[in-house]
Design a protein around this ligand. Structure first.
Ligand code: OXD
Ligand code: MN
Length: 603
């Protein structure tokens, strides 16, 4: 059936692969060694089989285009399950299936799904190989596209395999068993299953990144959040960035935002003109995932477990994110964008002139101005079209990305998109209050999610689609982490999206550094603040507005705490908290009542 070469001494790994191969019946098994030569061979095979289109190599060296099936363009949350033994362990915010049902249903689809195909074995490490932060996974997949993306997004190959063998021999530490098959790419036979108690992920029937690059959301958030609770660390949907102050000192922050709220742009912002004289410099550590541990100094340290960006293309341009424009100019895989006649790519909101024609993301001839039967413009690129690019391409990539210890975190930021209610920035009174702020995060729906635009969805710590266990227990875990730390970071909330008469009050983008500056000043006890019921809010004079034309009245509007709006918000928080019944930590109900009490007494 297949070649019998197993370049590993690890029996558990070998046995598992044999078992999975018996089920999926691939024609061949190929081990990914992490070499350029093997990657180049796979790229050639993909071009020959039309899985990839080679782009203009003069203008976009090392770049390719891939198109997914038209109904396979985003994470499918309704087909994503946590298969814990007890339903209660998945909690009310996750889809649940019993492990037995999960394995049985998926097995029926996996059976024979790799006939005539190669099964690739990808040993990968989330985090630097050998770091105490890191976790090893092995993904079996019948998709070369998955292999090529994993090679960008994670550390893979020979070195990881050796580390896996060493770890297992020394301490029996296992690996996450990740199985993926495209199968028939049929939405009716698609399942994304997590078995936290078995350290196993099974994904079948999809070819979309968020569903199939199993190191990302599946391992680094859903499985890792479960492991983090057990092992006393945090796996979070957060960017990590360093802000270098003029004296050369760098402070690092971690920030959680729901999808499409500008996490990637913030992680690599360009200091605005007005602050340039101060000599700030930004270092990007990560744009999507943070793993955070308490070190022997009692402080919280973080790594980005990934090595690449899997970012949204539309709207990426030299104004919104010049660093990313540079990053994706080489060695990048584009998915579902428009192909131009010169064999380069385009998407809505990209740089340069709008092309008059091209091939759209569905592979059809496209002309500018085309409309569908309802009169709506036909998009050249899908709204969730993506690029996969190495962090190392990014001009602001941090020099600490490969350091085993990661970076110390001074502040944690929770952000959302709120037209009203939430001030530009406020600071929690202490860790417990900060956890309450994270647990009550809400954000308005954007085009990236299904639902009524503008409607508020509660998205605690931006983890609602990614928490691998009961979220009430996740809140308890956050509370307990605070108790374990001698020097917990301060916790802040930000909102770049507050409006007045439908107009954004805050310019956003690089100007957000002005808010980060205040946050760091607070962390270092350099400025006072105004105490309000919801937390500490800046005094207007403490936000440096040099070089922007923002009237003080606008800043006051941005910082205002409106009592009536907060009472309304509390009603929604109450409904949200109640679904967790007795599992919700009582500290959070206490914070709720305290906030209500403070609001009642507020003028
Ligand atoms: C992502 C997401 O792709 O959050 O990062 O959906
Ligand atoms: Mn994300």
């Amino acid at each position: 059936m297949m070649s019998k070469k197993f370049p590993t001494t690890n029996k558990k790994l070998k046995d598992w692969i044999i078992k999975m191969a018996e089920m999926c019946q691939p024609e061949d098994i190929v081990w990914i060694d992490g070499t350029d030569a093997q990657r180049e061979r796979l790229e050639k095979e993909c071009v020959a089989s039309n899985e990839l289109i080679e782009l203009n190599q003069e203008k976009l060296p090392g770049c390719f285009l891939h198109r997914t099936a038209v109904d396979d363009v985003a994470r499918t949350e309704h087909l994503t399950f946590i298969c814990s033994r007890r339903k209660q362990d998945a909690g009310p915010t996750n889809n649940w299936m019993s492990p037995r049902d999960g394995y049985n249903k998926a097995r029926a689809i996996f059976k024979g799904s790799m006939k005539g195909r190669t099964m690739y074995v990808i040993p990968f490490s989330m985090g630097p190989v050998g770091s105490t932060f890191s976790k090893i996974g092995v993904e079996l997949t019948d998709s070369r596209y998955v292999v090529l993306n994993m090679l960008i997004m994670t550390r893979c190959g020979e070195a990881v395999l050796r580390q896996l063998e060493l770890q297992d021999a020394e301490s029996g530490i296992g690996f996450t068993k990740c199985l993926h098959s495209k199968a028939k790419l049929n939405i009716n036979e698609r399942l994304i299953l997590h078995f936290p108690e078995d350290n196993t992920i099974w994904s079948v029937g999809s070819g979309y990144g968020g569903n199939v690059l199993l190191g990302k959301k599946c391992l680094s958030l859903r499985i890792a959040s479960f492991l983090g609770k057990r092992e006393h660390w945090l796996a979070e949907h957060m960017l990590i960035m360093g802000i270098e102050e003029p004296n050369g000192h760098i402070e690092y922050i971690a920030a959680a935002f729901p999808s499409a709220c500008g996490k990637t742009n913030l992680a690599m912002l360009i200091p605005p003109e007005g602050l340039k004289v101060k000599g700030y410099r930004i270092w990007t550590v990560g744009d999507d995932i943070a793993w955070m541990r308490i070190d022997s100094d009692g402080a919280l340290w973080a790594i980005n477990p990934e090595t690449g960006f899997f970012g949204v293309a539309p709207g990426t341009n030299s104004k919104s994110n010049p660093m990313m424009v540079e990053t994706i100019s080489k060695n990048t895989i584009y998915t579902n964008v428009l192909l131009k006649t010169d064999n380069t790519v385009w998407w809505e909101g990209s740089d340069g002139e709008v092309p008059q024609e091209g091939i759209d993301w569905k592979g059809r001839q496209w002309k500018f101005g085309m409309r569908d039967e309802n009169g709506k413009p036909i998009l050249g690129a899908h709204a969730n079209s993506r690029f996969t690019a190495p962090i190392k391409n990014c001009p602001s990539a941090s020099f600490r990305i490969d350091q085993h210890h990661g970076v110390p975190i001074s502040a944690i930021i929770f952000g959302g998109r709120r037209a009203h209610l939430s001030p530009l920035v406020f600071e929690g009174f202490n860790w417990q209050h900060g956890v309450f702020m994270g647990a009550t995060m809400g954000s308005e729906l954007t085009a990236a999610q299904v639902g009524k635009l503008g409607q508020v969805r509660r998205d605690p710590m931006a983890m609602i689609p990614f928490c691998g266990y009961n979220m009430a227990n996740y809140f308890s875990h956050w509370l307990s982490m605070g108790k374990r730390m001698a020097k917990p970071p301060k916790i802040f909330a930000v909102n770049w999206f507050r409006t007045d008469d439908g107009e954004f009050l805050w310019p956003g983008f690089g100007e957000n550094l002005r808010v980060l500056e205040w946050i760091l000043d607070r962390c270092n006890n350099r400025v006072a603040a105004v105490e309000t019921p919801i937390g500490f809010v800046p005094r207007p004079q403490d936000i440096d507005l040099t070089g922007i034309n923002l009237p003080v009245q606008t800043l006051e509007k941005l910082l205002k705490v409106n009592k009536e709006e907060w009472f309304e918000e509390l009603k929604d928080v109450n409904r949200f908290f109640k679904q967790f019944k007795r599992d919700l930590p009582r500290e959070l109900w206490q914070e709720y009542k305290d906030l209500e009490g403070r609001l009642k007494n507020y003028e």
